[in-house]
Design a binder for this molecule. Structure first.
Ligand SMILES: Nc1ncnc2c1ncn2[C@@H]1O[C@H](COP(=O)(O)OP(=O)(O)OP(=O)(O)O)[C@@H](O)[C@H]1O
Ligand SMILES: [Mg+2]
Length: 232
């Protein structure tokens, strides 16, 4: 059951969160707990689904702010930085697949949306989530977005998985693909070649994404990444 937290129990404790997005993320205190509040209709709509996913920041409740519905969650310690292990990236893959199994596409998979909660790597920011088959509601930075998401096609799991491959590449070693290229140049180039010039060995993993891959596909991707980039 969803816990509904009365707005008047938290409104006086609200503070903008350092590094928070576009005025929609705050820290607050409720019953002595330090929490994060995010104003987002879609995160509230997905509340029960997200709560069931393993690698996410635990949800505490929802509330109605004067600016719209909001979700309350526990406070993560930071954005996840590299280097990360295979197990870390498999946890993110697992979270995405749990979401896909419920008919939703995350739509914004990139390193800035992977957080650390205690020592656990978690998937965050469901603000662009889209039901599978519906037109995407946005995209991650071009570097991480699939060509088919850049073309604003219907939401499919392969969009998140393409972004997960490049996010993994970055978080395993700090490697940035399409380095030094601005967004418009990346978008133009990806239209004809979805594979980064720095990592031609990612080719097959980015061009032939199975519609319903299991963990052995993810392990294969990570083995390729660990075989080519310096890990720590
Ligand atoms: N539970 C949390 N604990 C701690 N920090 C958080 C939490 N959720 C989000 N943040 C911080 O707020 C930032 C923005 O959050 P989020 O990505 O959910 O929102 P957004 O509106 O999509 O912002 P952006 O446009 O920056 O992606 C995150 O990158 C992270 O630094
Ligand atoms: Mg974000």
């Amino acid at each position: 059951m969803t816990t509904v937290i009365p707005w008047n129990e938290i409104c006086d404790t609200l503070k903008p969160l350092d590094g928070g997005g576009e005025g929609e993320i705050y820290s607050c205190t409720w019953q002595g707990r330090d929490l994060v509040l995010k104003i987002s209709e879609i995160e509230v709509q997905l509340y029960e689904i997200i709560k069931e996913i393993d690698a996410v920041v635990p949800r505490v409740g929802i509330t109605e702010t004067p600016w719209g519905p909001a979700v309350l969650m526990e406070k993560a310690s930071s954005v996840a930085s590299s280097p990360r292990s295979k197990e870390d990236m498999l946890a993110v893959f697992g979270a995405l697949r749990q979401l896909h199994a419920r008919g939703w596409i995350h739509g914004d998979v990139h390193p800035g949306n992977i957080l650390l909660w205690h020592d656990m790597v978690v998937l965050s920011d469901f603000g662009l989530a889209t039901p599978e088959g519906h037109t995407v509601r946005g995209r991650p930075p071009a570097r991480y977005a699939s060509p088919w998401q850049l073309r604003a096609g219907p939401a499919v799991p392969a969009m998140d998985l393409y972004s997960w491959v490049l996010t993994s590449c970055h978080l395993v070693s700090g490697m940035v693909c399409w380095r030094g290229m601005a967004e418009p140049a990346i978008i133009f180039r990806k239209d004809s070649d979805p594979v980064p010039p720095e990592a031609p060995w990612l080719g097959e993993h980015l061009t032939v994404i199975p519609p319903d891959p299991d963990v052995s596909w993810a392990r294969g991707v990570l083995d390729t990444i660990f075989g080519h980039v310096p890990s720590f």
